[in-house]
Ligand binder design. Structure first.
Ligand code: NI
Length: 255
């Protein structure tokens, strides 16, 4: 099983990173993708991936940090990438945290999409209260041939279907296990099996029954078990299918 999106580079893991990594593999985990959110965390993601088997990384600047974005700095990281780099992300738009700087967020998002196209890498999108703008940008800049995933999807089923029609993949965190996540449950229950995969977003969004504690990649199993029961499916079967989706999307192999 793969955790397609975790922040092992977060300072909440500074004291016990090796244990967190080991616990994931001991729980039956197969691979993890450590996600960058600014230049520093992207560099740390690379270091973690390069020093561990079956850990991959992404680089990118999150919309919350768009003021610090510098295209040539990110391109330098692309030029010095290792073979563990699997995507550009997390990038996107966040109007929940800040709607005053929309134009800047869009500029930085588009710049990173263009780099992803240039280097032929899929993108991992963070989107909060900005679905329509993200959708319009995806249509206009059509990065869909390189692969697009909406991380921690929490929009409507109707919008999910529009995205799926464009070829976008969705990924789900432990937030689908939360009692009030009515929309997300409806989405993850009804979309086609070849359109999504799982992530933890650790150290955030811990699934039930550990909600409130620090999240770890091993908890991805709690989320997949929950979704298997929602869909009335065998857990092993849903893991097999969604792992296959992730392997294809990120172009990686693991057991
Ligand atoms: Ni994240």
């Amino acid at each position: 099983m793969i955790d397609t999106h975790c922040h092992l580079n977060d300072n909440q893991f500074d004291n016990d990173l090796d244990k967190v990594i080991n616990d994931f593999f001991l729980s039956g985990g197969g691979a993890m993708i450590c996600v960058g959110a600014d230049l520093k965390s992207s560099m740390n993601a690379k270091i973690i991936a390069d020093s561990n088997d079956n850990i991959y990384y992404t680089i990118g600047v999150h919309p919350d940090d768009c003021d610090k974005y510098n295209e040539s700095e990110l391109e330098d990281m692309l030029l010095t990438r290792s073979d563990k780099l699997v995507a550009i992300g997390e990038i996107g738009l966040d109007y929940f945290h800040n709607k005053e700087n929309r134009a800047k967020q869009i500029e930085v998002f588009v710049s990173q999409i263009n780099l992803a196209i240039k280097y032929n890498l899929p993108i991992v999108i963070h989107c909060r209260e900005a679905y329509q703008d993200v959708y319009n940008i995806l249509k206009e800049y059509s990065p869909l041939k390189i692969g697009v995933v909406m991380h921690c999807y929490s929009g409507s089923l109707e919008f999910a279907n529009q995205l799926i029609k464009l070829g976008v993949k969705l990924s789900f965190t432990g937030s689908v296990t939360f009692k009030n996540a009515v929309k997300a449950k409806e989405v993850v229950k009804n979309i086609p099996l070849d359109t999504f995969f799982f992530e933890t977003d650790a150290p955030y969004l811990t699934p039930e029954p550990n909600r409130g504690k620090r999240n770890e990649p091993k908890n991805v199993f709690d989320t997949v078990k929950y979704v298997a029961s929602l869909r009335e499916m065998d857990v092993e079967k849903i893991i097999k299918i969604t792992d296959q989706n992730a392997k294809k999307f990120f172009n990686i192999e693991f057991v």
